[in-house]
Design a protein around this ligand. Structure first.
Ligand code: UD1
Length: 426
């Protein structure tokens, strides 16, 4: 993502122990496919708990550009896509956000046509979309490429058996969206099992779709003629935001209560924090963490859900930089997800990378420095590190962070952190 005209940065004064309560916002990764799913619904869709972040704003912009109507009233979004009359997602919007590829499945599903360009988004690896396209073709969708545009069209979509080579979250969601209005039944095996896919299944079924199995590795979508219901839906809480606050508390030796969350969905992170010496208590929608003065090292391997989430890798590494001993991290999902490490090293961290393995040797202290966010979660990792650093940390390029976190600075400040947001562009 290119930064906007404004040059926003965080100035963080570290060293404060986090204490108090924080409320988690709606999930970014659930919101994006859910906003796309509203294209399939010929009735009105009302969404609650959509996080106010750059990525959701962009999705609404795209819906409007296609001819849909999006009205914000208090905290709800009222979406009506019955007047959509364009099927081409402009390159400008597409490049700003990789997840806009998710609109393709919904557009083809409803209108049998979609045109988009190769997706943008965070630079955390090759991030191909071959699994999306290959399986669209399996469903009978014709795909052609023209000057960087991908054109999808078909007369009808055929239900099919699809065995995913890798449980890609986006491909699983896109196939579900495309298959809702197919002729016949689609069965996805080796499907991604992320909780956000359950959220997508829930709202689509409320619209009239017939999907079962989300949350397992086998999802069945029985095609129906149309989706047409007035639907009100409350988006699930963001599990990665929960993980970010857990790590913020852990690195500062803090004691916080996290509300409006679902502990089960972030359990691999909770287990690792317990292994590192934190005391954690959970209720149905609440987590309390009490961190020790010094964390212990732990080893981590990122895996598809229910494994340790790749989106927490950088934030956890930041947390372990001042733990006792050496932690070994293996990143199995994306091949380029250690870019933030060079910035942590500027702050005094001792980290060695070899391929997908990082060895994090705990140091006594981190020291604030001038650093740059290179992607969303890498940026969040710098914030977490800065919370425990001596001296001030300046984090540039926080536009990346604002893509995915609602009021991150305010929420941390309510817990006792000192984060200032400044506009360098004047
Ligand atoms: C989603 C999440 C992202 C998270 C990721 C993995 C959203 C909006 N984003 O991204 O935050 O980090 O899941 O949990 O929900 N791959 C292919 N071909 C494809 C698609 C993916 O090779 O067609 C590869 C990717 O390069 C990557 C791996 O599969 O190595 C996982 O990607 P995927 O699960 O698709 O991630 P996203 O859906 O992009």
């Amino acid at each position: 993502m290119k930064g906007g005209k404004k040059m926003l940065k965080y100035i963080i004064e570290g060293g404060n122990r986090l204490e108090g309560e924080v409320e988690i916002s709606g999930s970014k990764n659930a919101s994006l496919p859910i906003i796309a799913s509203t294209i399939l619904n010929q009735g009105k869709t009302v969404l609650y708990n959509v996080p106010e972040i750059h990525d959701t704003k962009m999705m609404f912009e795209i819906l409007k550009e296609l001819g849909g109507s999006v009205i914000k009233k208090n905290k709800k979004y009222i979406i009506d896509t019955s007047n959509i009359n364009r099927f081409e997602i402009s390159e400008n919007l597409m490049r700003q956000m990789r997840s806009s590829v998710i609109l393709a499945g919904a557009l083809i599903g409803r209108y049998r046509k979609a045109v988009f360009s190769y997706p943008g988004g965070c630079d955390i690896g090759a991030r191909p979309i071959d699994l999306h396209l290959k399986n669209f073709e399996k469903l009978g969708i014709n795909i052609s490429k023209n000057y960087g545009n991908i054109i999808c069209s078909c007369d009808k979509i055929n239900g099919e058996k699809i065995d995913l080579e890798f449980p890609s979250v986006g491909a699983t969601e896109n196939i579900i969206l495309a298959a809702c209005l197919a002729d016949g039944t689609t069965v996805i095996t080796n499907a991604a099992m992320e909780p956000e896919i359950i959220d997508l299944q829930k709202i689509l079924n409320r619209m009239g779709a017939k999907i079962k199995g989300a949350g397992t590795n086998k999802i069945e979508i029985q095609g129906v003629n149309q989706l047409k219901k007035e639907v009100k839906y409350n988006i699930m809480p963001d599990r990665i935001e929960t993980g970010t606050f857990l790590c913020g508390a852990a690195i500062t030796g803090g004691n916080i209560i996290i509300k409006n969350t679902n502990p089960i969905e972030i359990s691999p992170v909770i287990s690792k924090l317990e292994e590192a010496g934190c005391k954690i208590e959970t209720k149905k929608h609440e987590i309390e963490i009490l961190a020790p003065r010094k964390l212990k090292c732990v080893d981590i391997k990122t895996m598809p859900y229910p494994g340790f989430p790749t989106d927490m890798q950088s934030i956890f590494v930041a947390t372990l930089t001042i733990a006792k001993g050496t932690s070994i991290i293996v990143e199995n999902i994306f091949e380029n997800r250690y870019k933030y490490v060079q910035e942590l090293i500027k702050m005094g961290a001792k980290i060695n990378i070899e391929g997908k393995v990082a060895a994090v040797k705990g140091v006594r202290k981190l020291y604030g420095s001038n650093v740059k966010a290179e992607d969303l979660r890498g940026g969040a990792a710098l914030v977490v590190a800065a919370l425990a650093s001596k001296r001030k940390t300046n984090i540039e390029n926080i536009e990346y962070i604002l893509r995915g976190y609602e009021n991150l600075d305010k929420k941390f400040n309510n817990l006792g952190a000192k984060i200032k947001i400044v506009n360098e562009g004047g």
